[in-house]
Design a protein around this ligand. Structure first.
Ligand code: ADP
Length: 537
């Protein structure tokens, strides 16, 4: 409805008027708060044939209800919004305090004044320009709170009837819902903008993808990584694969999207060609009920942390070299003392303790040096190996340990698509496999189940060990493959270990250009695995 339509109309509308109903319902679908308010006043003025009308929102209601006064003058097309600088504003505030609007506000009731000369609810303000003889005032009440008052005026006494009062009450009731909706929408918009500002400011790389790998939201850091020159808006709906290939640090995310499996959270670590280390986490998002779904990806630059780690490893390597000779001396002198000590002496007990301790220490140094050796020395990758036989050997070598704990050790080998021989270092890879299987046995209680899987996919051979063991807290997952890292959790206090096994597995696998992974849930179990590129000669 145009505003000239409104002002020229003197004819009253009845409740059954289709046009009025349509306008009330259209008001309900409007989400712009100011527009709703304008519509309310225009619609009400027309419906009751008022000459002058105003909408007074409670000035000190809530933060997001700014004090708002809209007035519609007689025969005027437009609504006037009064602010504190205009004289009408102060008059309107007084009306809200003491006048008819104030009465409706305090009493939470609609008021019909058929003659302002005789009704004591009506207060004449000397500075008012209105010559009103009849009036209507209806409060907006939402969840027990009065939000404002709508007032209609006419210069003729008895102009308004109870029918008008009912009509106005219906419009106001509907408008209250519409205003509330608009207000909520406004607030939602504000929160969205706040969230966007937070995401943009965070230094981590963040991407939200749909289930097909299309970008739904990315922050500045992510845009910088994908295509620094492209404006943010242009990323939307484009596929991740438009920006990355298999060498990219985000390729692991694409692989998860291609084959999500049953997990809901993944973590991985990658090193970029520019020598940056990243820790990535991918989590599934879904909307209820069973609506859209996709992935939230966060990539954190942990180069400094890894550099420190590398520094730590170097220090350990130096220390372990330097410790070997004094250890050998201690062992040698212990033997000499033992020979010179009478058999019945207590000294033999002390020497035993020293010897056991030095053995543990040299075992630790051996492991450490082994990891370092694998990490640094050139890898012999010239052997043609039957991978299936290798998996079977690893299982056979660990079966008795599982049997001792009465655990079931299953295997699911699907390697028929694998060439008969592939190139890798069999000693190291078998050791990595056995490490994962013995860990699964170690961290699973008696009668648990260990399942070893091997399969081929996309030019890679995969090996995985799943257990029904104690599981690992999420916070520890990213550190598991570090040297000397052991999870401190209930149930592991008595399990012996040096925290070097997984570090060895990772080193071996990465030396073969492969990658390790872990998924785990406390109390349910863990899955450790790796893939290796299939190399044939
Ligand atoms: P450790 O000698 O301590 O077993 P690892 O490097 O092999 O050293 O493992 C590091 C840590 O990872 C372990 O201390 C343990 O807390 C955790 N871990 C490894 N494998 C499993 C598993 N299958 N289930 C639960 N926790 C595991």
């Amino acid at each position: 409805m145009s505003s000239s339509d409104l002002s020229s109309s003197t004819q009253r509308l009845s409740l059954t008027d289709i046009d009025l109903l349509m306008q009330i319902s259209s008001m309900l679908t409007t989400l712009d708060r100011d527009h709703v308010l304008q519509q309310v006043i225009a619609l009400a003025t027309k419906a009751v044939g008022a000459e002058r009308s105003s909408l007074l929102l409670h000035p000190d209601h809530r933060d997001d209800w700014m004090p708002l006064i809209l007035e519609r003058q007689p025969h005027s097309d437009s609504l006037e919004r009064l602010d504190a600088r205009q004289p009408g504003f102060h008059l309107a505030k007084r009306v809200l305090d003491q006048g008819l609007a104030g009465w409706a506000l305090r009493n939470r009731q609609a008021a019909l004044v058929t003659d302002t000369k005789t009704d004591e609810r009506w207060v004449d303000f000397p500075d008012s320009t209105s010559q009103a003889r009849s009036a209507l005032a209806v409060p907006f009440i939402y969840e027990g709170e009065v939000l404002g008052v709508l007032t209609m005026l006419h210069t003729q006494p008895k102009h308004f009837t109870t029918h008008d009062l009912q009509l106005l009450t219906i419009i106001v009731n509907q408008a209250t819902v519409a205003i509330r909706n608009a207000q909520l929408f406004h607030r939602l918009g504000q929160q969205k903008r706040q969230l966007e500002a937070i995401l943009r400011a965070m230094p981590d790389i963040l991407l939200v993808l749909d289930d097909q790998g299309r970008l739904m939201l990315i922050n500045d850091a992510a845009a910088n990584l994908l295509a620094p020159e492209l404006p943010l808006a242009e990323f939307e709906k484009r596929k991740l694969t438009d920006f990355i290939d298999s060498g990219h640090v985000l390729w692991a995310v694409q692989e998860i999207i291609n084959q999500p499996g049953n997990s809901t959270v993944w973590s991985f670590e990658v090193r970029s060609s520019a020598h940056h280390d990243y820790l990535g986490t991918v989590a599934i998002w879904t909307t209820e009920p069973a609506g859209a779904s996709g992935y939230v990806v966060i990539l954190r630059d942990i180069t400094t942390l890894r550099d420190l780690n590398r520094f730590k490893d170097e220090m350990l390597q130096m220390a372990s070299h330097d410790l070997r000779s004094p250890l050998a001396l201690i062992v040698g002198y212990c033997d000499l003392i033992a020979m010179d000590t009478p058999a019945e002496s207590h000294v033999h007990e002390y020497l035993d303790i020293i010897q056991r301790s030095t053995e543990r220490m040299s075992g630790l140094l051996d492991d450490l040096l082994k990891v370092e050796q694998i990490r640094n020395s050139p890898l012999e990758l010239n052997e043609q190996v039957d991978f299936t036989a290798l998996v079977q050997t690893a299982i056979a070598n660990t079966r008795s340990t599982a049997d001792n704990k009465r655990q079931q050790l299953n295997m699911q080998i699907e390697l028929q698509d694998l060439p008969a021989f592939i190139v890798l270092n069999p000693v190291l890879i078998r050791e990595a496999m056995e490490n994962l299987i013995t860990n699964a046995i170690k961290y699973t209680t008696e009668r648990g189940t260990i399942t070893v899987r091997a399969w081929v996919d996309a030019g890679r051979v995969h090996f995985e060990v799943e257990d029904t063991g104690i599981g690992i807290p999420k916070a520890a997952l990213s550190r598991l493959f570090e040297s000397f890292y052991r999870v401190k959790q209930k149930g592991t206090e008595k399990i012996e270990g040096r925290g070097l096994g997984l570090s060895l597995v990772k080193t071996v696998v990465e030396r073969h250009q492969g990658q390790v992974w872990v998924e785990s849930e406390v109390g349910i179990g863990s899955k450790f695995g790796f893939w290796l590129p299939i190399v044939v000669r």
